[in-house]
Design a protein around this ligand. Structure first.
Ligand SMILES: [Mn+2]
Length: 322
């Protein structure tokens, strides 16, 4: 079993006697990777005899709540150390984390900007969950079923259920190992929870989104804007998870870039971008607007009206093509 240096160094940090009372911090709009990775790490830290909890700055989406239940994330204390997990920027930590206590950064995003000397970053890894898996191997910890489910959640969600271009041989070999760690020897039930089941109001909203996506062949862009008004019309829960909308509109054939702009505040929109062709770097585009992410999946926040935002996005896409 390979034990790369970066994983060994992080494993050594976790095992160290001075490493105590750890908070594993997730990013805002928590997804399967930040949550699955953080809960797997919290379980590992506890197995090493440390106190540990997972800090999630916003409500955990329904599909991932089982992670917090399986790992009993009820023990809260003043952490001595913070380890950020899958968090690319200080802004994405949310407001309440004491940044002076950040002791380690574990991530796979490009250009991670969290200030910290100790870093375990692999920009080409499909998911932070793969870094955590290597860490558990470096620690020689047995992977129990709950940890396997947490890591599977991290890897399966960040690869779009093994559909995206980041689905490498490493992904399949790690997932093969994880499959052997659950009693049923498959992840069928978990896949249903993660990828199939959705609240009825969200399914109806997705159907509306498919009917109202602006298809712009000139910029090869499919764009949908989710306004607060629409959220009210579909009676969406305040903590609804809208991350599946971008996957829904990504099914439109013949486009290079897909975008969902979600209103948050009067003139504030959170954009999710996906590029499904090589050569278009949506991370670079989002960086222009203060965001970031991966080459093919990135996000940023923009101010203005839906029309102005779409125009600014088209201008950025045009500039990239020249
Ligand atoms: Mn991730």
């Amino acid at each position: 079993m390979k034990r790369p240096d970066d994983a060994l160094a992080f494993a050594e940090f976790l095992r160290d006697r001075s490493t105590q009372d750890i908070c594993f911090a997730c990013h805002v709009s928590p997804d399967g990777d930040t949550l699955g990775s953080a809960f797997a790490l919290a379980r590992a830290a506890r197995a090493l005899g440390k106190r540990a909890f997972v800090f999630v700055p916003e409500a955990i989406p329904r599909a991932y709540r089982f992670l917090a239940e399986e790992t009993e994330n009820t023990l809260f204390f003043e952490p001595k150390l913070v380890v950020t997990v899958d968090v690319s920027t200080p802004q994405r930590l949310g407001g309440t984390i004491d940044r002076s206590r950040i002791a380690y950064v574990v991530d796979h995003h490009q250009n991670n900007t969290i200030a910290c000397e100790k870093r375990f970053i692999r920009e080409h890894a499909a998911a932070t969950g793969l870094l955590v898996y290597d860490t558990l191997c470096a620690l020689d910890l047995k992977i129990d079923a709950a940890t396997a489910r947490a890591l599977y959640t991290a890897i399966a969600t960040d690869t779009g259920c093994f559909r995206h271009s980041n689905t490498t041989a490493e992904v399949f070999s790690v997932v093969a190992e994880l499959t052997n760690c659950v009693p049923e020897k498959n992840f069928a039930d978990l896949n249903r929870t993660l990828f199939v089941l959705k609240p009825p109001e969200l399914l109806r909203l997705e159907s509306y989104a498919l009917n109202h996506t602006i298809l712009d062949p000139e910029h090869s862009l499919a764009f949908f804007c989710l306004t607060d008004k629409l959220k009210r019309r579909f009676r969406m829960a305040p903590d609804a998870d809208y991350s599946s909308l971008i996957d829904a509109i990504r099914a439109f054939e013949g486009f290079d870039v897909y975008c969902v702009a979600r209103q948050s505040g009067a003139r504030n929109y959170k954009l999710s971008l996906r590029a499904d062709v090589p050569g278009i770097d949506v991370c670079a585009i989002c960086s222009q607007f203060g965001g970031g992410g991966h080459t093919r999946a990135a996000g940023c926040t923009m101010q203005g009206t839906p029309r102005k935002i779409r125009q600014a996005l088209c201008a950025a896409l045009d500039a990239r093509k020249k």
